[in-house]
Design a protein around this ligand. Structure first.
Ligand code: G3I
Length: 348
């Protein structure tokens, strides 16, 4: 059978997965490594390029696992999405506690961020296709205050100008990497759509950055969906991609998964045939993929993990428990979502 990567490349599309390096190196779980290599043409580090992982102690970098992923990608002719340069989560504690206790001033914090971006982008120079430069910088409608705004550690301590700075510093360190803003709840645009306002906010941000000649090349739409929220509409997803493309930006789906609540008789082991949520999940993957296939600026479609055996979802959503978010089951059997993606790639 043909792989997803072979089917996708006929459309010029790269299909990817987030990679957990501990599992990739687990000799007792060889199927993970085999499928990562055979099915995907782009990879993203699920955790090992994050700041806490790269610089656990101030001034001493731990490049090992990230370098391994980049070498794996080269060996298997895959492109790498760099994830992530600036984010409020998974920061090293020397940094967050230094800011909290006042030993790191605002001026020093800005310099620390600049050094981090410069060091990391320089280290991987020439080997990263797309960098997630800034991740999840915008609040959600349910946040308090509910008016959308720049949220999190960096906006709080440096003000929103850190975003423009981050893109400029990244460009200076590797002029050839594509520089992305990455976020969730920006998958769709159109009236009545729950993602509408945040998509508009990110669009306005990107437009303002471009007007100031800030080097942003793309917007990444994460695509963490759930069957309990109902389906997006393909045309509204395509409308969001088109909006960004209208600014001259590339787009990508960067972290796609579709989780379900494991209540009411729905269990992780259920087969595709008897579990209606697996059908709903497949439909959601398809909505995002078909919009991406219809929009030539949509460069890649990355899954946030490909097997229910190793997915961030059950660890994160436990009450009520959620899971079944990926395209292979816990025994590496392709699920309905996998077949749906394949069909979309064949018939597009
Ligand atoms: O490495 C430690 C390990 O030493 C320790 O024993 C274990 C005990 O909990 O924790 C391990 O760290 C975990 C880490 O993943 C590596 O497995 C953290 O607890 C856990 O919080 C962390 O979760 C990651 C999450 O980001 C945290 O922010 C998920 O794996 C990762 O999939 C998720 O990815 C994010 C994207 O980067 C950005 N968009 C949202 C997406 C999903 O949350």
């Amino acid at each position: 059978a043909q792989s997803l990567r072979d089917l996708a490349i006929r459309h010029g599309l790269y299909v990817g997965t987030a990679v957990d390096m501990a599992v990739l190196n687990d000799a007792a779980d060889p199927r993970y490594r085999e499928l990562t290599a055979s099915e995907f043409s782009t990879v993203t580090a699920e955790n090992v390029m994050k700041w806490e992982s790269l610089e656990p102690t101030r001034g001493s970098y731990n490049w090992g696992p990230a370098d391994e992923l980049v070498a794996f990608a080269r060996q298997h002719n895959q492109r790498v999405r760099g994830h992530v340069l600036v984010w409020q989560n998974q920061l090293p504690s020397w940094l967050t506690s230094g800011v909290e206790n006042g030993s790191i001033s605002k001026a020093e914090l800005r310099q620390i961020l600049r050094n981090h971006i410069t060091n990391v982008v320089t280290h991987f120079k020439g080997r990263i296709w797309q960098w997630d430069v800034v991740n999840e910088a915008v609040s959600d409608p349910w946040d308090n205050p509910s008016t959308l705004h720049y949220k999190g550690f960096w906006a709080q301590h440096l003000g929103p100008d850190y975003i423009a700075d981050a893109f400029r510093w990244a460009r200076a360190a590797d002029p050839k990497a594509l520089l992305f803003y990455n976020d969730y709840n920006i998958e769709a645009f159109g009236s009545g759509n729950p993602a509408n306002d945040k998509t508009q906010f990110v669009y306005d941000m990107a437009r303002d950055l471009l007007a100031k000649r800030v080097p942003i090349d793309g917007v990444g739409s994460q695509g963490h969906l759930g069957t309990q929220y109902g389906n997006y509409d393909t045309l509204q997803v395509a409308a969001a991609l088109k909006k960004f493309a209208g600014l001259g930006l590339a787009t990508a789906f960067t972290e796609v998964d579709v989780r379900s609540q494991l209540t009411a008789g729905v269990q992780a082991g259920d087969s595709a045939e008897i579990n209606p949520r697996l059908q709903a999940s497949a439909a959601n993957f398809s909505v995002l993929l078909r919009a991406c296939l219809a929009e030539r600026h949509c460069l890649s479609f990355t899954l946030w993990g490909f097997t229910d055996r190793h997915s961030w979802v059950p660890g994160w959503f436990s009450n009520p428990p959620e899971g079944l978010a990926t395209v292979y089951d816990e025994n590496y059997q392709p699920k309905r979502a996998y077949q749906e993606i394949k069909a979309d790639l064949i018939f597009a």
